[in-house]
Design a protein around this ligand. Structure first.
Ligand SMILES: NC(=O)c1ccc[n+]([C@@H]2O[C@H](COP(=O)([O-])OP(=O)(O)OC[C@H]3O[C@@H](n4cnc5c(N)ncnc54)[C@H](O)[C@@H]3O)[C@@H](O)[C@H]2O)c1
Length: 430
């Protein structure tokens, strides 16, 4: 085992990445940028062909960075057997929920099957997909040792959560990495390997602690967003501007971290991850009341937003039915093209369901995706006859004063105007 620590610390080893999406692709590119080799495997043939052509689907990896990495030894393949060339395997496959909002483990199970087929003596196997505590022990240790390899002698297994923040262009290696092996020996080997990928490794005593730390991080966000979404509704009842309140509270230099209300929570993590913990808690007979409450509040926000818009139109003598409404921003958060689980879509679908004529504008998400939801895409230039524009995602690229000047009323669910110090009489906030 000391040999393996020294190997990962000093040799030019090969990272094998399973799943080349938002998490896996930056990891593989980062490994090559740091002088290692990388083999990336994905089951999606079209995605691999695009990557081979030097086109990156991920905002944080530019086409140039991908092309450079391909030139410097990054291999991308649909041939699973190439992973046998790797010294460490990093599993970065999706971990969604099924239709009962319970963990859908099919992708991690399939990746574990891949591990079973390609594992070689000396390998480190690391799970990066977000999951419930116990997954690494339950699924990956059996896979890594199925061929008779001895844990901590011939093979090492750990969990290390991914903390990428898509669209924020943070340098991946600058984000500290939590690493927990299934045993102390696995932790030490894993920490040595990750020490080559990131500037700071924080080792914990078990894979389960590492798995739970990721869920705590995202549950913390979900709960605080739920809290501020409830506060926003209360502030409206009391005729107080929640954005002014948050800006004031945020001047406190300690003990307060600002979270902002919005039309709901979206993306791949916050709406999903706490459910992994809640599901595991139910198995243990434990009630996760904060998680459940935050989910209730946050999932009601699109309906609350649609109700506020209905009320605003009503105050102007307009029905929702037949009225032209423009949704501004469809992505789940600012400055990304990702519209997975976006609450903006939910809000507009609710309004369309009430008979509104829904137009949507998001140059990052693009007209094709917008049309796929049944909304009329707006592609530059303000359309005529819009009764209300609703700011659903506050991309930097929007010209907010121009939007307010072009429509009778703006409903701003993101504090886009007040947070930028912009004022307009016809802007109403969430
Ligand atoms: N996107 C984020 O910001 C983020 C942040 C932290 C953690 N995570 C977690 O990381 C994991 C991956 O998320 P993502 O956003 O990168 O997903 P993604 O959908 O962008 O990418 C996953 C990739 O895995 C591939 N894949 C699926 N099954 C496979 C298999 N059996 N073998 C090989 N490839 C397979 C898919 O084709 C896809 O390209 C999830 O658990 C997610 O919760 C995501």
């Amino acid at each position: 085992m000391p040999d393996r620590i020294s190997f990962f610390e000093h040799e030019t080893w090969t990272a094998g990445v399973i799943g080349l999406g938002y998490v896996g692709l930056p990891l593989a590119v980062n490994a090559v940028q740091r002088g290692l080799r990388a083999v990336g495997f994905d089951v999606d043939k079209a995605a691999v062909a695009r990557l081979r052509g030097g086109r990156s689907p991920v905002e944080d990896v530019s086409d140039e960075a991908l092309q450079e990495a391909l030139g410097a030894g990054l291999e991308v393949t649909t041939d699973e057997s190439r992973l046998a060339e790797a010294d460490a395997l990093f599993i970065c496959v999706p971990s969604p929920l099924n239709r009962h909002r319970e963990p859908d483990m099919r992708f991690i199970e399939a990746a574990a099957d891949t591990v079973r087929r390609v594992v070689r003596p000396g390998m480190l196997v690391s799970l990066e997909s977000t999951t419930y505590p116990g997954t690494t022990e339950d699924l990956l240790v059996p896979a890594a040792t199925a061929s008779g390899l001895l844990l901590d002698d011939e093979v090492f297994v750990c969990f290390s959560s991914e903390r990428v923040d898509p669209g924020r262009n943070r340098e991946l290696g600058s984000i500290p990495k939590v690493v927990g092996g299934v045993t102390p020996a696995s932790t030490r080997v894993a920490a040595a390997a990750y020490g080559r990928l990131v500037e700071r490794v924080h080792a914990v005593s078990s894979a389960r602690a590492a798995e739970m730390s990721k869920l705590l991080e995202n549950t913390y966000r979900a709960v605080n967003i739920g809290l501020v979404n409830e506060m926003a509704q209360l502030a409206h009842e009391l005729d107080i501007d929640i954005w002014e309140v948050i800006a004031a509270a945020a001047t406190k230099p300690f003990g307060f971290q600002p979270f902002y209300p919005g039309p709901g929570v979206g993306g791949h993590c916050i709406p999903l991850d706490p459910n992994y913990l809640a599901w595991r808690a139910r198995e243990a007979g434990f009630a996760t009341r904060f998680i459940d409450l935050a989910e209730q509040v946050n999932t009601r926000m699109p309906a609350y937003t649609a109700d506020r818009i209905t009320e605003l139109l009503n105050q102007r003598g307009l029905p929702v039915f037949g009225t032209r409404i423009l949704g501004v921003g469809l992505a789940f958060k600012p400055d990304v093209a990702d519209d997975r689980e976006s609450p903006a879509v939910d809000v507009l679908e609710l309004l369309a369901g009430r008979g509104a004529e829904v137009l949507a504008w998001d140059p990052l998400v693009g007209p094709g995706r917008i049309a796929s939801y049944g909304f009329t895409p707006v592609d530059g230039g303000m359309p005529k006859g819009v009764a209300l524009a609703v700011i659903l995602t506050d991309h930097e690229l929007f010209d907010y004063p121009a939007i307010a000047a072009a429509v009778p009323v703006v409903f701003d669910t993101r504090g886009a105007y007040s947070r930028r110090g912009l004022a307009a009489d016809n802007v109403v906030t969430l």
